[in-house]
Design a protein. Structure first.
Length: 89
């Protein structure tokens, strides 16, 4: 079992405060990614699986993006590749 992708990040709510967390991991031999999410807006904790592909993952390489939303409040979460986020700040 080899990891294809893993990330752990803090998430900002609509006020710009880091109040949430996300962890995404995907094994090479699986078609789904495992997501552990604490919504930054409503603090809902959820664990779920998403198919590794559109609409969850778009782009490739340095342009890879992840898009999902909280199942409880609908807060939209978009993650850029970490390298892009560092350049942006």
């Amino acid at each position: 079992m080899a990891l294809e992708y893993i990330t752990t990040r803090e998430l900002e709510n609509s006020s710009g405060q880091n109040t949430g967390k996300i962890r995404i991991s995907k094994l090479k031999e699986e078609t789904n990614a495992t997501i552990d999410l604490t919504c930054p807006e409503c603090k809902n904790d959820e664990k779920r699986k998403e198919v590794w592909g559109e609409p969850f993952v778009t782009g490739t390489g340095a342009n890879k993006k992840f898009a999902l939303q909280c199942n409880k409040c609908g807060f939209k979460i978009k993650l850029l590749k970490l390298k892009k986020e560092v350049k942006k700040k």
